[in-house]
Design a protein around this ligand. Structure first.
Ligand code: PAF
Length: 266
């Protein structure tokens, strides 16, 4: 089985050994509870690099005080197996104390983009994401880092962070992996009750309704977003936002206590 590294020191030893052997490093940062979407990231990284490192870290900094940090699924043994089967060479699973020792007080803020859409509903979320991802980049020194397009806003924010802070890593976007019924894979799907799980694909269908609206001659961003909201209004999903942004139609909705996001190219 591949090693599980728990400290920055042990990680540095591993990465130094790889670097000394001139091996390229692909990095897949995750919060664990891995699924087939993560496996696709790891397989792509394994195809493009000599070694792949997967991090498993539920990052407290990106959860608001009333969010699901404590409920977020944690499944180290299964994650370890999935990462290895998909082609990872090691797993990095630091504790919160290892990542944020006492006295930690520096953050990364990608201004503007972080306050839109998901950021509006999750204040501080993208600051937490950008901070942990930059820390992970500094610990791992990857050549390439792999992120899923389901988190489109996250991807765009991290691309700007990499550009603005001259981070020496190539971000690779990997397409959304879906269930047969269209639901985008997400670790949070595990929190859905059977009835919620049956209702959840309505988010993707609503985005498709928006895309159909976009094909009409007089469609505007506003009418496209309205079509998404209309499609959601007859379902058990509660729309948070729908928007056309940077080549994508994005939406977020809550289903019981679970928040779902999805997007389509437009
Ligand atoms: O997309 C995620 O799982 C997280 O936001 C990330 C990038 C691993 C940072 O905690």
């Amino acid at each position: 089985m591949i090693p599980v590294v728990r400290t920055k020191k042990a990680l540095a030893r591993l990465v130094t050994r790889w670097r000394e052997n001139r091996l390229s490093i692909g990095f897949v940062p995750t919060m664990g509870a891995l699924h087939a979407g993560h496996a696709a990231l790891v397989r792509r990284a394994a195809a493009e690099n000599d070694r792949v490192l997967v991090s498993l870290f539920v990052n407290p900094l990106q959860f608001g005080p009333h969010e699901d940090y404590n409920r977020y699924p944690r499944a180290l043994p299964a994650d370890h197996r999935l990462a290895a089967a998909a082609g990872a060479a090691a797993v990095y699973a630091p504790s919160a104390e290892e990542m944020y020792p006492k006295g930690f007080h520096t953050h990364v803020e990608v201004e503007g983009l972080s306050d839109l859409y998901c950021g509006k509903y999750r204040p501080g979320h993208f600051r937490g994401v950008a901070t942990v991802v930059l820390k992970l980049f500094n610990q791992v020194h990857p050549d390439r880092a792999y992120f899923g397009e389901k988190d489109w806003q996250q991807v765009r924010i991290l691309e700007d962070m990499i550009r603005d802070l001259d981070v020496n890593v190539t971000l690779v976007r990997v397409g959304i992996v879906r269930e047969k019924d269209g639901l985008a894979l997400s670790s949070r799907n595990a929190s859905l009750s059977p009835a919620e799980r049956r209702a959840a694909p309505a988010l993707r269908r609503a985005l498709e309704a928006g895309r159909r609206e976009a094909q009409r001659p007089h469609a505007r961003a506003r009418t496209i977003a309205a079509a998404v909201r209309r499609a959601l209004s007859g379902t058990s999903l509660k729309a948070q936002y729908a928007a056309v942004w940077k080549g994508r139609l994005l939406a977020a909705a809550t289903l019981g206590r679970t928040r779902l996001i999805d997007n389509l190219p437009i």
